[in-house]
Design a protein around this ligand. Sequence first.
Ligand SMILES: *Cc1c(COP(=O)(O)O)cnc(C)c1O
Length: 451
Amino acid sequence: MTDIATLLSQDFHAIWHPYTRFSTLREHQLPVLCRGEGMHLYTPDGRAFVDAISSWWCCALGHSHPAIVRAIQSQAGQLQHSILGNLTHPQAIRLAHRLAHLLPTRDRHTLFASDGSSAIEQAVKIAVQYRHNTGETQRRKIACLTSAYHGDTLGSMSLGYVEAFHRPFRELLFSAVRLPFPQCPCRMTRDIAPGHSEPDPACTASCFAEAEAILEEVAEELTAVVVEPMVQGAAGMRMHGAGWLSSLATWCRNHDVLLILDEIATGFGRTGELFAFHHAAGVDPDILCLGKALTAGSLPLSATVVKDFIYRTFADLDEDHTLQHGHTFCGNPIAAAAANAALDVYLAPEFLTGVRELAGLLRTGLEPCREIPGVRDVRCLGLVGAVELEPHHGRPADSRAHQIRRHLQDQGILLRPIGDVLYLMPPLIIDQTTLDWLIREFIQAISTVAR
Ligand SMILES: *Cc1c(COP(=O)(O)O)cnc(C)c1O
């Protein structure tokens, strides 16, 4: 194999690293990773790193999970690719069937794509064309939460706003109705009860009142509301109470507005429930977007899972309402096989119980962070644990966070802060010993640098 220095020199000249500052590429040598197993990623010379953010939140079952590797190998020997336009194949059929059966209303159709942003784009186009199909052409608007993140394509960006990502593109984005992020004090104290949680009595209608007032103003013009349920990922792991989501779902139902849930980051056990919306009572998304952990991060695949009453309006009888949208690799057989194998693991009887136990350890483990000077907030849900630092005068907002990142990298831990927020989002199959160690090192690094 080419030696590391040559590789890195070729990297510097040929690769465009996403979300990576030019200056860091010049000043710091990037770890080159060539192998992953379980919790760990390895460099060619055998250095090991714990993957504390599940490689951008998707490798929920760690790396090289044997069942997933087997599924990929077996499918690769039979059929690597085929399209779903006027053709079909067993892996996609099985996956779509299983996904539909995970939801309260099972009568659903799945449109696959290759990444999360495209799953959102599809959901938006479906929500808009649905009103065209039904003749409700006054309903074109979409509501979303401020500081949401739904992807990096222009349509999905229009539904989010992360200042640094979006500023240059403002004029190209369509306008959406912005709802304030719920300031639920209740989410601080809430623990995950096993099984479907009761509605949180502390998260009452008052948490939803502000959003409701805005929604009422535009109710007649809305086709859909899209939110990341329970946890806003890229906004810095911001969390709200379950009651807020229940109230939103009820409002949507009562006003004939579609509820689109973006579970691309939260789906498949991350929050301690199979889907984050299970924390809230009475939620049944009209459209559910999945990605990331769908294949346990092994291959690119995403899904837009749509209720039948919407799908049926896309018929071509009388007038042609066919959805003219599809991505080349949608429902790729190898990726679908990987997703089917991942689902077998997620749906195994004790899987979520294990995640909840680990979640309890993470929550108690991060508690001491509240006492560290310079820490503003600590929030946990499932295996998402975030520590927000106080804004610091006179220094770039995220410089301390990056100092902590580099410190932890030297200890063999890979993570990536978001602005002032440091978070752990380890694979769901992490063992307790590694999790304990991870939390200890994390707190140590924060207390050394934060103050
Ligand atoms: C990552 C993410 C997306 C975008 O998915 P990509 O696969 O990166 O396009 C959308 N929504 C949420 C909540 C995400 O976390």
